[in-house]
Design a protein around this ligand. Sequence first.
Ligand code: PLP
Length: 432
Amino acid sequence: MTDDLLARHRAVLPSWMPLYYAEPIELVSGSGRRVTDAQGRSYLDFFGGVLTNMIGYDIPEIREAVERQLATGIVHTSTLYLIRQQVELAEKIAERSGIPDARVFFTNSGTEANEAALLVATNHRRSHQILAVRNSYHGRSYAAMGVTGNRTWSASGLNPLQVAWLHSGDRVRGLLARLSADQQVDAAVEDLREVLATQTAGDVAALIAEPIQGVGGFVHPPDGLFAGWKKVLDEHGILFIADEVQTGWGRTGEHFWGYQAHGVTPDLLTFAKGVGNGFALAGVVGRAEVLQAVPAISFSTFGGNPISTAAGNAVLDYLTAHDLQANAARVGAILADGLRSAVGGLDCVAEVRGKGLMLGVEFVRPGGGEPDPALTNSVFEAAREGGLLTGKGGLYGNVLRMGPPLTLTEEEAREGLAILVDAIRAAAGVAA
Ligand SMILES: Cc1ncc(COP(=O)(O)O)c(C=O)c1O
């Protein structure tokens, strides 16, 4: 069955849209944190459709909210009419964003959210110069790809923006690796000053950055780095855009948004993925003065439609009622501590990193520290065979990524941890 579907997939879908696993799987049902494939095999899901099934599968509160909206007969009206759920969700997001006098614009994807943020930032500043971070991923449109600093995800050199690149927070390789956290912050700030002086015409519109780089393998800078950058940006009136597509909604455990680890407030914040728990919902929230810098009509046919915003409200209410941020901190610590103590000392493990329920393990060849994507893939396949779905990423494809639903229980964390540790030890050739 699956073989046939795979052949049909290959015959009709583009080759640049990758499938996971040597034997790709079709997920046909799900409940909580577990999914079942077409062969009847069940998996604990530590990737949640790329951090998107943030509450989990088949959550009654979300299903019922969507069913109530379906029962009205209205799936779509367009934003030419008032949409009650959209206004309610915008109120909640504006309030939670931490941005004063905030406005919210809804889109269907993270790419469009970043595109909108870049549009308003460049209009507001009357400049198409942008600062972006190496090893970033912001989406697949021309502008979003233009600020993406990862060769694997850059399909075109066409770019409507003029981009200058800052160093990432990579602690394993690159010019700033192996510095102490304070030294790294100082070096990154000095680098920003130098980039502004040497690679721009001065009137830069904005800096866009992910608090933890998603596709980039959960690389993140030391806490406080964004504050160091923001001080310099403020001297020039340059806006700061936080891409919270992966880091938002309490996933990092310690804060509701990733930017809050740095003691700054962004001018614009983009969100997507988890807020719809699978329904297409994304957007940008920002200071009114900036977000309203659109001197023409701009509108998204589906953005924030009645179904997706009904889901979004139910997701945020669930998240708040169950304090999932606290759960991410507690359960994430079990996973992080368990991984560090069981495999952190192996020669092939360069780093166990991340925050809350956003954790990565970077694999290298023992000795030289060369990236080891083959070993990463062996771990990834072995984890699936053991009944655990994870993700992969990193600039060199050598990082295993975990971003389970924020509802993950302690028992499930321990179960997944055991599978992961076995998979890593087996792939690394370490006796159990
Ligand atoms: C940080 C970040 N920004 C933007 C995007 C693009 O979002 P989408 O795939 O919904 O367009 C992604 C997707 O993975 C992401 O991780």
